[in-house]
Ligand binder design. Structure first.
Ligand code: CMC
Length: 428
């Protein structure tokens, strides 16, 4: 705590408010005692100026396009690390030694299978159900299958359920895909890496050997790293809020998946590719730019803009590079990439986007890569959920182990009717 304080003047009263300092980033005004001292709430719908918790996991400097996990820049992690290593880092705070990484990877690998009865659960969904709908349902249902790890006051239970969630998510996502295309589910093959295993369970079939393309494995692993955590975004805050009541981690992560599904959040990668397909060729870009700028048109450039980044999203830079790598490795060429590059260039030189500081975000290029690998658009957000599970779980653990943790309970500015008497039906 610093000895700096802010002074709030309400009429002729002055209320001193402590100012708290983090290790970096903006200071925060501590308003926890404000209601008791003044009888007033603060008003901040959308939480644009509110720090909802203390966290040591991820730091974003949106003005300068910086994203750090436990202090390490995302570009360094994306270039040199692996998703398993980043998962360990997020969960434990430090990079692992070679032995620690081995042990962690072995532990996660040991938990990749699903309870066999869950296969029956899948069959209750309509075949054309969106994979995110299936993910919400199946992840929520895990608490009915793994009772032995839902005592959140027990650190061992928290650890096991965290490992289970990270390990089972690729199996769950791959099964959602298999179900939608009418192919048999594949069991995990624990001789493969986390990401290779997921690729095989998604694209392999029992009747043939599946060969994992190393460049695709590396690109997808990097995409997982880029999505692993992102501070207190909407779905993470949802996980924390759900968890603050003491709900079990499977239920909390299911809540996070539901929130992530929205097109303003994780659903933007699917929406961005659909938008690029609708635009089609570069000559049609200007029309869509004009639509995005028109106040009377609800259309927005998907994959553009961010609540926190007022500069290039550092994840988008890595994504753009990864598109080229995947195209080279698979010897594919999607003209939509040219359209995307051109759209970015036009938008970045347009006064509207410059003034509002709207830059490409992580979702702008991810759809092009995922589509080149062979994923249908409906799977894009499911992949985001798979990768973000580690961030959700790490944030949930951080919250539960904080001794000062309280149930999340925002207040409101009430604008409804004041008290009035009930009118019997025959008098209305
Ligand atoms: N296209 C056109 N105009 C935009 C866009 C866009 N993509 N994004 C923001 N604006 C305008 C918006 O109309 C507003 O204008 P004005 O000040 O005249 O009312 C101004 O920029 C500020 O926008 P906002 O909606 O108040 O900002 P926000 O912080 O509430 O929203 C956002 C952030 C990400 C929801 C928004 O930029 C958006 O809808 N982008 C498209 C969806 C998208 O790509 N989402 C993925 C986010 S990154 C992945 C993730 O975190 O899940």
């Amino acid at each position: 705590m610093s000895d700096k304080q802010a002074m709030l003047t309400i009429g002729d009263r002055e209320l001193p408010l402590p100012i708290l300092e983090g290790t970096t980033g903006p200071d925060v005004v501590d308003i926890r005692k404000l209601y008791n001292q003044s009888g007033m709430f603060t008003y901040d719908p959308g939480y644009t100026s509110t720090a909802s918790c203390e966290s040591a996991l991820t730091y974003i400097d949106g003005e300068n396009g910086v994203l750090l996990h436990r202090g390490y820049p995302i570009r360094q992690l994306a270039e040199h690390s692996s998703f398993m290593e980043v998962s360990y880092l997020l969960l434990n705070g430090e990079l692992p030694s070679a032995d620690e990484l081995d042990e962690f990877t072995r532990t996660i690998t040991r938990h990749t299978m699903l309870h066999e009865q869950l296969a029956t659960f899948y069959r209750g969904f309509r075949r054309d159900g969106h994979p995110m709908a299936i993910m919400c349902g199946v992840v929520g249902a895990l608490s009915a299958f793994y009772h032995d790890s839902t005592d959140i006051s027990d650190p061992d239970h928290r650890r096991i359920s965290s490992h289970r969630l990270i390990a089972k998510m690729p199996t769950i996502a791959a099964m959602a895909y298999k179900y939608s295309v009418g192919q048999p589910f594949l069991y995990p093959d624990n001789s493969l890496s986390y990401t290779a295993n997921f690729l095989r369970m998604t694209f392999g079939v029992p009747s043939e050997a599946y060969e994992v393309h190393p460049a695709v494995e590396r690109a997808l692993d990097r995409i997982f790293i880029l999505h692993a955590d992102h501070e207190q975004n909407a779905s993470t805050s949802t996980v924390r809020l759900a968890g603050s009541s003491g709900a079990n981690p499977f239920a909390c992560i299911a809540a996070g998946i539901a929130c992530l599904w929205g097109p303003a959040h994780g659903g933007a990668n699917e929406a961005a590719l659909n938008m690029l397909r609708e635009i089609g060729t570069p000559d049609r870009i200007q029309h869509y730019i004009d639509r995005a700028k028109d106040k009377n048109d609800p259309f927005r450039l998907m994959g553009f803009g961010h609540r926190v980044y007022k500069n290039y999203d550092p994840r988008a830079i890595v994504m753009q590079k990864t598109v080229r790598e995947v195209f080279d490795a698979l010897k594919v060429d999607d003209p939509l990439f040219e359209t995307a590059l051109r759209l970015e260039e036009i938008a970045l030189h347009d006064d509207y986007f410059i003034e509002k500081k709207l830059f490409p975000n992580v979702d702008f290029y991810s759809g092009i890569i995922l589509s080149a690998i062979g994923f249908p658009t409906t799977m894009f957000t499911a992949l985001f959920a798979l990768a973000r599970t580690v961030g959700w779980v790490a944030q949930w653990n951080e919250m539960i182990s904080d001794p000062g943790q309280k149930i999340g309970r925002p207040r409101q500015l009430y604008t409804g009717p004041t008290q009035r008497d009930y009118v019997p039906l025959d008098q209305r």
